[in-house]
Design a protein around this ligand. Structure first.
Ligand SMILES: *Cc1c(COP(=O)(O)O)cnc(C)c1O
Length: 458
């Protein structure tokens, strides 16, 4: 018989998690303004809020931590990280930052000005936030298949080349400082971008004289999908795929809290020295000196190890199989999820789950609250709350999809936890007809409102 799935690691340290009663959860979620970000972590049994910074470091990473060099300038930890980044991405220049959005802040300070246009594939929320904060615009050029939950399209993170070319033709080169390719594309469901698409985007960008930067938080998961799904890559080494991917970029921003498997950190990679030089002054101003930029020496050391572990085939196979295992448990019960499954999370189609709840009442948030009440599982809304208001009209922006994201932390939970999560959501599914009302906003911030919004029952 075929040998079944089993994790490619064993457990060395454990952390207790606490169950609660439904009555307790009802009280806690109301006090939290129906915003799961406002819950205390000990009010959560299984935490799928994010896969960002929530992974478990390995024994080798903890060992590297002890050897961190905390020198202000020229620390060996900086050189360890520089060498790992150069080896895996081919980028000669890099700047450490304290996390991914800090990398965006530094890079965009150097490149983006008011009125600019930044095409890309469903820009991540902080990316879009940093673009709009500079009074520039993010233009989404994702393929239409990204919005068709059940269409089996292998690369729903791809950019639509026609949409991209329309943008590149419409605006002068001076107005388009960069194209951002997000790998994998978080906002469409952790969906990968194909190598063919990256290559074509780069060729088109070169033709128009515009640089391409990757938002590379999940570059290793993207490489795994290329190996699984793209012709010609079946037998390739993950790290060779990674190197080829980055050969189609002029630079990258990285949230190391994802595929770097560390709890905090980020960086910017550059192919060209002039981009590095332009960004350096902002890094020193906002993050810290060139050789630490917002990170401790020990954290840079752990990241250097994490980047290698994150690009091991066995690790990626374990991770992505676990996410797919959760997806399968839901899909076999008829729950609509983004398919094929993405790398870091299962995205549940909340409009299909609760068709009777109007989008104006934040349907994915309503489902997130129900899942929490059912089993103490914390998930996150990727829908109207996240989409924010239009900066010009002040009106709610209603995205085509209302997703409930179940993000799986790296090397943290077992498949028993996946079964528990699935059972809780299936229970909600079975009583879905009784959920007729959603939520309404009581208080919100002008930008990135989903983090702090307060709601009440509609
Ligand atoms: C997480 C993430 C970011 C921002 O990184 P932080 O480390 O959370 O600041 C940017 N882009 C993508 C695609 C991400 O997933």
């Amino acid at each position: 018989m075929d040998l079944p799935f089993a994790e490619s690691y064993k457990i060395k340290v454990v952390e207790s998690i606490k169950k609660s009663t439904r009555a307790e959860r009802e009280q806690w979620i109301q006090a939290a303004g129906y915003n799961l970000f406002n819950l205390r972590s000990d009010q959560v049994f299984i935490d799928l809020l994010t896969d960002s910074g929530t992974g478990a470091m390995s024994d080798k990473q903890w060992a590297a931590l002890m050897q961190g060099d905390e020198s202000y300038a020229g620390a060996s930890s900086y050189y360890n990280l520089k060498e790992a980044i150069r080896d895996l991405t081919g980028f000669e220049y890099f700047l450490p930052t304290h996390q991914g959005r800090a990398a965006e802040n530094v890079l965009f300070s150097a490149l983006i000005k008011k009125g600019d246009i930044i095409p890309g594939n469903a820009h991540f929320d902080t990316t879009k936030g940093h673009i709009e904060f500079r009074h520039a615009s993010a233009v989404d050029c994702t393929v239409d298949e990204a919005n068709h939950t059940e269409t089996n399209f292998p690369f729903k993170g791809n950019l639509d080349l026609e949409k991209l070319e329309t943008v590149l033709k419409k605006y002068p080169k001076e107005k388009i400082p960069l194209i951002i390719v997000t790998v994998t594309c978080n906002s469409t469901g952790g969906q990968p971008v194909s190598m063919e698409n990256m290559k074509a985007v780069k060729a088109m960008a070169d033709q128009y004289g515009i640089p391409v930067f990757f938002d590379a938080a999940r570059f290793a998961e993207n490489a795994y999908f290329i190996r699984e799904r793209e012709k010609g890559y079946e037998n390739k080494n993950i790290r060779d795929i990674v190197r080829e991917m980055f050969s189609y970029a002029d630079g990258m921003t990285m949230s190391s809290k994802k595929d770097g498997i560390v709890n905090m950190g980020g960086f910017i990679g550059f192919r060209h020295q002039d981009d590095f030089d332009k960004a350096t002054q902002f890094n020193i101003l906002f993050e810290g000196y060139i050789t630490y930029g917002g990170m401790s020496g020990r954290d840079m050391n752990a990241l250097a190890v994490g980047l290698y572990e994150g690009t091991e085939y066995d690790y990626l196979n374990t991770r992505i199989s676990q996410v797919a295992y959760l997806g399968e448990r839901l899909r076999e019960k008829g729950i609509a999820v983004q398919y094929p499954y993405g790398g870091h999370a299962i995205f549940v189609d909340a409009k299909a789950f609760l068709p009777q709840v109007p989008q104006e009442e934040y349907v994915a948030q309503t489902l997130a609250v129900e899942l929490y009440l059912e089993g103490g599982v914390r998930s996150v809304e990727i829908g109207t709350l996240l989409a924010d208001r239009d900066p010009v009209t002040g009106e709610n922006r209603y995205p085509e999809k209302e997703w409930l994201r179940l993000a799986v932390p790296r090397r943290v939970y077992t498949n028993n936890h996946m079964d528990y999560i699935a059972a809780a959501l299936i229970n909600v599914f079975e009583r879905r007809d009784s959920i007729t009302k959603g939520l309404r906003i009581v208080k919100e911030a002008p930008l990135l409102r989903h983090f702090t919004v307060e709601l009440e029952k509609a």
